[in-house]
Ligand binder design. Sequence first.
Ligand code: 13P
Length: 330
Amino acid sequence: MNDLVATARSLFIPGKGILAADESVHTATARLADYGIGAGPEMRRQYRNLFFGAENIEQYLSGVILFSDTLLEKGDDKNFFPASLAARGIAPGVKVDLGTEPFPASEKELITQGLLDLSERLALYKKQGAVFTKWRAVIRIDGDSLPTALAIHENAKRLASYAKEVQSAGLVPLIEPEVLYKGKHSRQRAKEVMIETLGTLFAVLDEHSVDRASIVLKTSMVLSGSESGKIDTPEEVAEDTLAALMESVPSQIAGIVFLSGGQTPDQATDNLRAITLRAREMSAPWPLTFSYARALQEEALALWKGKEENVPAARAAFLDRLAKVSAALA
Ligand code: 13P
């Protein structure tokens, strides 16, 4: 087994998953503002330190996805975040896409940027301690008209170029085509879009000769849209999510991680539990785990409020949620 495959597989230690803590400056500022927490570089450093500095997170986390600026920041222990995470057995990853822009051929849709100077940035991130990377594409559902096949294909091409470059640089690519939860669509429509998106993606990855064995897929769950008025049962989510994945994801990839996408922490936990069970019943060929941002952070941020005296309570809430999500993998 080569080193990249070993690194990719190490993200799937039983009972462990990934914390996505790669909010850009813009997203982190907006996220903190949602909880009445002020902006600025020191507040963002404290925000990261709240999560990375919590005791025993290594019991539940195999990896953390960082924003590039965070690779150069230090925790309260004066160590760089990537080094202190790695010392605890948690693989540091980094978001390498540069966000989205409107797709000229279909302006209501988005394509992801960041390929231009990618190889230089990868060399830098590797030196700064990253061992895996993430690139997120966004697929929006609107009735039968969106997504267009063109936007799915353009995003797939960019994900494939990214993955190829990342593997050449000696890093693991986590490929994330996020089918958005936001919308009025049915679960059936979400399932069809997921199958089309993943089917296109894996065909294009093969055209670009991306090595399947060191790819990690980061995907949405198949859900009725957040504005559809329907809340799916975990069994419904599990049934349709596994059906879509079994139809479109090759067995050779290193594994699949799920994003939370705006679900509540309990929803994301309960759905993961049902998905884990269903995958076992169906003898799904890949290991599965979580890679949540909001569902792991929300409860802690509500308690923290940016105040030093609230750190212990906020960290306890974070650990409690991690324990629940980890137990959902059992
Ligand atoms: P959420 O779990 O909040 O959807 O974030 C995961 C992620 O990394 C999105 O790119």
